[in-house]
Design a binder for this molecule. Structure first.
Ligand code: ADP
Ligand code: MG
Length: 344
């Protein structure tokens, strides 16, 4: 069976590494020429709006999925007209735009921090009048790893933006959360659902640095309820990650990722069946695997540079993943996961 993946970054790499031993072949479609998936399958290096190339790609695949939500909606619709696409084009549309996503949370009665659509300076000014500093503005689409976001802490930051083109943004009240958490679940074609333990996540300047699983966390049941609402709404198939801010025992939805997620990398070694394997099982209609945590695990991203192999392999119970990417400041190049209790 041939599985197509839109995108050729580290998530595609880890999906293929999980799926190859199961007997699947992989075909990657990506506008950028990356090393991550080299030798893991056929790579089609064309732009997403090259209809002919997209049709050719679809003709080679039995089922298609994606590794990021910044794929043009039109491309997803075209693919869906040709082959099964999971998660659906409609799911992609509603999760690639922060405004649509936040409106979805409201329609499903999932709490969020206060937010508003911003299309000019006055919109932003009015929001600050109502909710006060600090606030954060975010591009509605195409942002990731904190890109396309500006924190507005004081009046000085606000007035700087007065002459700027402000449109297609949202503004959110910045919250002083106790912790950031995420939950990842998988729903298969035949309706089966499996959840991983929630994770506690540390971001620096909007980029994920560390994650640890929290076995039987008190917030797990609540997070599961919210995840289920989204599963149901979209008639979802595949892995879904849901990020939250926790404040005073309450959780507020931050964002969804309709795919495997960086906060689930620990599941490769920390569970019997990783998020990557379960995503593949889900989209081809196989029974899902066991998601129970095997131990307390911690995952750490390597951003901008990789440590020396000696440094890593001197540590006990540590697993290393090199994504084979060109080093660049701010770029995620690899990660380690390890049982908690050892430090680098
Ligand atoms: P991205 O798509 O880049 O992950 P997020 O909306 O998740 O975008 O923002 C990245 C990080 O920035 C969050 O994980 C969090 O640490 C911080 N952040 C974003 N929005 C808020 C907010 N309203 N209040 C406090 N911190 C925030
Ligand atoms: Mg995020």
């Amino acid at each position: 069976m041939n599985i197509g993946i839109l995108g050729a970054g580290q998530l595609s790499r880890m999906l293929a590494i999980a799926g190859i031993p199961m007997g699947f072949n992989f075909i990657f479609y990506s506008p950028s020429d990356q090393n991550c998936v080299k030798n893991l399958g056929k790579v089609i290096n064309k732009s997403y709006d090259d209809q002919e190339a997209v049709i050719e790609f679809a003709s080679l695949c039995d089922v298609i999925t994606y590794e990021n939500e910044n794929i043009p909606y039109e491309t997803a619709v075209l693919i869906e007209s040709l082959k099964p696409l999971y998660p659906s084009a409609n799911t992609l549309l509603n999760t690639q735009d922060r405004l649509l996503e936040k409106q979805l949370f409201h329609s499903l009665n999932i709490p969020t921090v206060p937010f508003k659509c911003v299309d000019n300076y006055q919109d932003l000014f009015d929001f600050v009048e109502e909710y006060d500093f600090p606030v954060i503005i975010k591009k509605r689409t195409q942002g990731y790893d904190g890109k396309g976001q500006i924190k507005i802490i004081s009046n000085k930051d606000l007035v700087k933006l007065e002459g700027e083109m402000l449109c297609n943004l949202i503004v959110e009240k910045m919250v002083n959360f106790e912790r950031e958490i995420s939950i990842i679940g998988t729903k298969s074609l035949n309706g089966e659902i499996a959840y991983y333990d929630i994770c506690e996540n540390k971001h620096i300047n909007g980029v994920l640095h560390r994650t640890c699983n929290k076995i039987k966390d008190p917030i797990f049941e609540n997070a599961k309820i919210y995840l289920n609402k989204v599963f149901e709404h979209f008639n979802y198939v595949g892995c879904l990650a849901f990020e939250f801010f926790q404040c005073k025992g309450m959780i507020y939805a931050n964002e969804l990722a309709p795919r495997v997620h960086n906060t689930g990398h620990w599941t490769i070694e920390g569970t019997f069946c990783s998020q990557f394997e379960n995503h593949i099982r889900a989209i081809v209609g196989l029974p899902l695997g066991n998601t129970e945590s095997l131990a307390n695990f911690e995952m750490e991203n390597f951003i901008g540079r990789l440590p020396l192999l000696n440094e890593i392999f001197n540590l006990k119970d540590t697993y290393f993943h090199d994504y084979q990417k060109e080093p660049k400041p701010g770029r995620k190049l690899g990660h380690i996961s390890r049982k908690i209790g050892y430090s680098l």
